[in-house]
Design a protein around this ligand. Structure first.
Ligand code: PSV
Ligand code: MN
Length: 400
């Protein structure tokens, strides 16, 4: 049983928290060295939405699913049919992710390419993604660019920046009044010398220049080791430029590990910055919380549920920081007491309150255990193995 006061503080916090699952997190993915296939992995968009619906039914906080246009939409596919399919699984389509990194045309980049014809092609794909978003009533077009160069001297870094500025500004003009464009950054991979949008500063400048509905997306895995992500978050919040997150964890680089599996305190500190901003301003900032993980070894659905539960737990813990006490400690330069305020919240066991919140919402107290008991994974494995055989995919798996 949670203490009544803890429950009453945390229930509204949990009511206000939702996190989006990625369609690609349910499919077979791997590293550039290979893939290990799972029988229960989703084959097509229908499977992905079914899995996402199952996760939402168990956790009660994942009502939307991010899609990757090239992987999830057949050419000419009717977005309304996709919306209906999502609805039939109890979810909605969330962020629309254009894909500007797989086609051969993009060898030398997309928005940063020197050839205007390639830039036009990339823009057209983004216009199509904006149109899909409008048809689906989705609020976010989420942009990540693999663009960059591999060797010193390969291209003019400033010319590439100028092309990005122009293309992003052009794209911004296409947004509907309810759409926001998220600009994601990543220091390296696949470019190993100079990624065109390598860090939050570059994403910030480009988003600012593009227009008022362009914001920065922070993928927690896209930072150098030791980088202070919560400070980046605090800066972006203060500038009204934080649009959303791609949650995952990392040990070395962009490892796509389960959120909080390596450093839960880091995620707590990020959430603390957000709660503290909300407390000061008297309103919660509008932020798209999304997961971006590819699970190579863990069963996909289990890893997703584990991530969602971790996100909820850390979000709840961070909401327990006593901002007034923290401020008092800061004002008297009592460094130890200030840090202790954070640690006190971080080490509070919020699980009884989380379980009570789930029960109050008609959910199982432990979604992961409920999933394991449900038989969903086994049934999916049976059904999807049979369909793979029928499709002649054998064990070939499918990225899409
Ligand atoms: C790139 O590493 C990235 O983080 C982008 O968000 C892509 O859309 C996603 O991963 C693809 O898995
Ligand atoms: Mn990402």
């Amino acid at each position: 049983m949670p203490s009544a006061s803890l429950a009453s503080r945390l229930f509204p916090v949990l009511d206000g928290f939702a996190v989006e699952t990625p369609s690609w997190g349910f499919a077979d993915t791997g590293t550039r060295f290979g893939k290990f296939f799972q029988d229960a992995a989703a084959i097509d968009l229908g499977d992905k939405l079914a899995d996402a619906g199952h996760v939402h039914a168990l956790t009660g906080c994942c009502p939307t699913v991010a899609v990757h246009v090239l992987w999830d939409f057949a050419p000419g596919q009717d977005p309304k049919a996709v919306a209906r399919l999502a609805r039939s699984h109890g979810v909605r389509i969330g962020a629309i992710n254009p894909n500007l990194f797989q086609d051969q045309e993009y060898k030398w980049g997309s928005f940063g390419h020197a050839d205007p014809a390639v830039r036009r092609r990339a823009l057209q794909h983004c216009f199509d993604s904006v149109a899909i978003g409008k048809a689906l009533g989705s609020e976010y077009v989420s942009l990540w660019f693999a663009d960059g160069t591999n060797y010193p001297g390969q291209e003019s870094l400033r010319a590439r920046k100028a092309r990005f500025e122009e293309a992003l500004t052009t794209l911004h003009r296409r947004l509907g009044p309810r759409q926001t464009m998220l600009v994601e950054y990543k220091p390296f991979e696949p470019a190993f010398y100079a990624t065109d949008i390598a860090d939050w500063g570059m994403a910030y400048v480009l988003a600012r220049k593009a227009g008022p509905r362009a914001k920065v997306l922070v993928d927690t895995g896209h930072h150098y080791a030791g980088q202070n992500i919560e400070q980046i978050v605090a800066f972006l919040l203060d500038e009204d430029m934080l649009g959303g997150f791609h949650f995952n964890d990392r040990r070395y680089a962009d490892d796509d590990l389960t959120l909080g599996s390596i450093d839960p305190y880091q995620v707590f500190r990020i959430f603390h910055e957000i709660h503290s901003f909300a407390a000061e301003r008297g309103r919660a900032p509008k932020i798209a919380y999304m997961i971006d993980q590819c699970h190579n070894e863990k069963p996909k659905i289990e890893a997703t549920i584990q991530t969602v539960m971790m996100a909820q737990e850390l979000y709840a813990k961070a909401a327990l920081v006593d901002h007034k006490a923290l401020r008092r400690a800061q004002d008297r330069h009592d460094v130890v007491a200030a840090e202790l305020e954070l640690r006190k919240a971080f080490f509070t066991d919020v699980n009884p309150a989380l379980q009570a919140w789930r029960r109050a919402n008609g959910l199982a107290a432990d979604p992961l255990a409920a999933h394991r008991k449900s038989g969903y994974e086994k049934a999916a494995a049976r059904d999807r193995s049979r369909r793979r055989r029928e499709l002649g995919m054998a064990k070939a798996g499918s990225f899409a």
